[in-house]
Design a protein around this ligand. Structure first.
Ligand SMILES: *Cc1c(COP(=O)(O)O)cnc(C)c1O
Length: 378
C-alpha cells in the first residue's frame, strides 16, 4: 500500500546553496543580504510601503496588534473559523476578539455582518483569506474607511493569490503572511508583515528590533542607536531568509503546480457534487486563488469522521480543521460572539482537507477520488 501523506514540503533545490552562501559570508543574524532580497521581492509583489520578514505569521499578527495600539477592552472583528493566532495576537494586548459568521460559499468572514458588529470600542477588522481565496475586499475597505477602523489582513494562506487582479496582502493597512512548512511558500517557520499604510513603517521597524532605532541607525538617519519604544525581537536569522529566498524565486512554478493538483481534484470530483454527495470549493469571479488547499464539504460530522478513517485505512491522510474559536475554551473566555454562528458551526463539522502538494501524482489523485466515490456511494 502506498502512503499518501497530507503534506510533503516542496524544496526547489537551491535552499541549501543559499544557506551555504550566508554561512560562507558569516552572516547569521537577521537583516543581512538574503533578508533584503526577500524584502525586495515582497515589496515589488505587493507594491507596499515596506515588507519585513518575521518569525511567523503569528509574530506579524502580534506586531500588527502592537502597531494598532489596541488596549484593554478594545474590540477586533474577525471570523471564528480561523487559526488561533488571528485572535491570540490581539488577546495578548488585552483586546476582545468579536467573532462573526462566515460566508457559505468561500468560508471567509461574511462582510455583510461586519457593520452591525461595530461598537465604539472597535479598532480593527481582521479578514482571513481562507484557502487562499480573497475576502470581499472592496466592501471591507469601504467599511474600514467609513468607520475609521484599521484593516489587517490575515493573509497566512494567501501569498500569490489575487482579488480583482491585485495581490492579497496589498489591501490592508497591515497584512500578515506565513511561510510555515504547511503553506505554499515555506521556510520551516517564517512570516512577513506587509505595511501598506506608511504611517506604520518607522514604528514597525522599531518594534521588530527590540524597541530600538537600529534600522535607522544603519541607514545613517540617526547618529545614536538606542531604546526608544516598546518592542520585541521579531526578525528571523539569515539562514531562514536564505531558505525562503530560494522558494520565492520559484514561487510562480510552485503555485502553478499546486493549481494543477487543485484543478484535477476539482474536475474529478464534479460528478459526486452533481449527485449531491459533497460540495466542492467555490471561487468567486473576482478571485484568483493560489491552490493552497483542496477541501470537500460532506453531509455531516459522522460522514466526515468515517471518511477520514476510511482513507487512513487505505494509507491516505486527510485532515479537518478548525475548531471554531468561539467554541474553544480560550475563545469563550477572551472573545465574544456577534450574531448567529450557524454557517461556522455547520461547515466546520463537515469539512475535509485532501492531500495537496506540488509533487502529488495524478494517479494518486485518481486513487483518492475513486476511494471517496466508493465510500460515498457504497
Ligand atoms: C498558518 C496560519 C497562521 C499562523 O501562521 P504561522 O506562520 O504558523 O504563525 C495564522 N493564520 C492563518 C489563517 C493560518 O492559516
Amino acid at each position: 500500500m502506498t502512503i499518501v501523506p497530507f503534506n510533503k514540503p516542496y524544496m526547489t533545490g537551491k535552499e541549501l546553496w543559499y544557506i551555504s552562501q550566508a554561512h560562507h559570508a558569516g552572516q547569521l543574524a537577521g537583516d543581512g543580504t538574503y533578508t533584503k532580497k526577500c524584502h525586495t521581492w515582497l515589496q515589488k509583489k505587493h507594491d507596499c510601503s515596506k515588507a519585513l520578514l518575521t518569525h511567523s505569521c503569528t509574530a506579524a499578527l502580534e506586531m500588527s496588534a502592537i502597531l494598532a495600539d489596541v488596549k484593554e477592552g478594545d474590540e477586533v472583528i474577525m471570523p471564528s473559523y480561523t487559526f488561533v493566532s488571528t485572535a491570540n495576537a490581539f488577546v495578548l494586548r488585552g483586546a476582545v476578539p468579536v467573532f462573526i459568521d462566515i460566508r457559505p460559499d468561500t468560508l471567509n468572514l461574511d462582510e455583510t455582518l461586519v457593520e452591525s458588529a461595530i461598537t465604539d470600542k472597535t479598532r480593527a477588522i481582521v479578514p482571513v483569506h481562507y484557502a487562499g481565496v480573497g475576502c470581499e475586499m472592496d466592501t471591507l475597505q469601504n467599511i474600514a474607511q467609513k468607520h475609521q477602523l484599521l484593516l489587517i489582513e490575515d493573509a497566512a494562506q494567501g501569498l500569490m493569490a489575487t482579488y480583482k487582479d491585485k495581490p492579497l496582502g496589498s489591501f490592508g493597512d497591515l497584512s500578515c503572511f506565513s511561510f510555515h512548512e504547511t503553506k505554499n511558500i515555506i521556510s520551516g517557520e517564517g512570516g512577513a508583515l506587509i505595511i501598506n499604510n506608511s504611517r506604520f513603517t518607522e514604528e514597525a521597524e522599531i518594534i521588530r528590533e527590540k524597541g530600538t532605532n537600529r534600522s535607522q541607525f544603519f541607514r545613517g538617519q540617526v547618529d545614536k542607536y538606542t531604546w526608544i519604544e516598546k518592542g520585541s525581537s521579531y526578525l528571523p536569522g539569515e539562514l531562514i531568509a536564505a531558505f525562503l529566498y530560494a522558494q520565492l524565486e520559484e514561487a510562480e512554478q510552485i503555485i502553478a503546480s499546486r493549481l494543477k493538483v487543485w484543478d484535477y481534484y476539482h474536475e474529478l470530483l464534479e460528478p459526486l457534487e452533481k449527485e449531491g454527495k459533497l460540495r466542492r470549493p467555490i471561487i468567486p469571479k473576482e478571485c484568483q486563488h493560489n491552490g493552497h488547499m483542496y477541501y470537500i464539504l460532506l453531509e455531516n460530522l459522522d460522514t466526515r469522521t468515517r471518511l477520514i478513517e476510511y482513507l487512513k485505512a487505505e494509507g491516505i491522510y486527510s485532515v479537518f480543521h478548525y475548531v471554531p474559536l468561539h467554541s474553544s475554551p480560550a475563545g469563550e473566555h477572551y472573545g465574544r460572539v456577534h450574531g448567529s454562528m450557524t454557517i461556522t458551526n455547520q461547515l466546520s463539522d463537515n469539512l475535509v482537507r485532501l492531500p495537496l502538494f506540488p509533487l502529488l501524482q495524478f494517479s494518486e489523485i485518481e486513487r483518492i477520488v475513486s476511494l471517496i466515490k466508493i465510500f460515498l456511494e457504497g
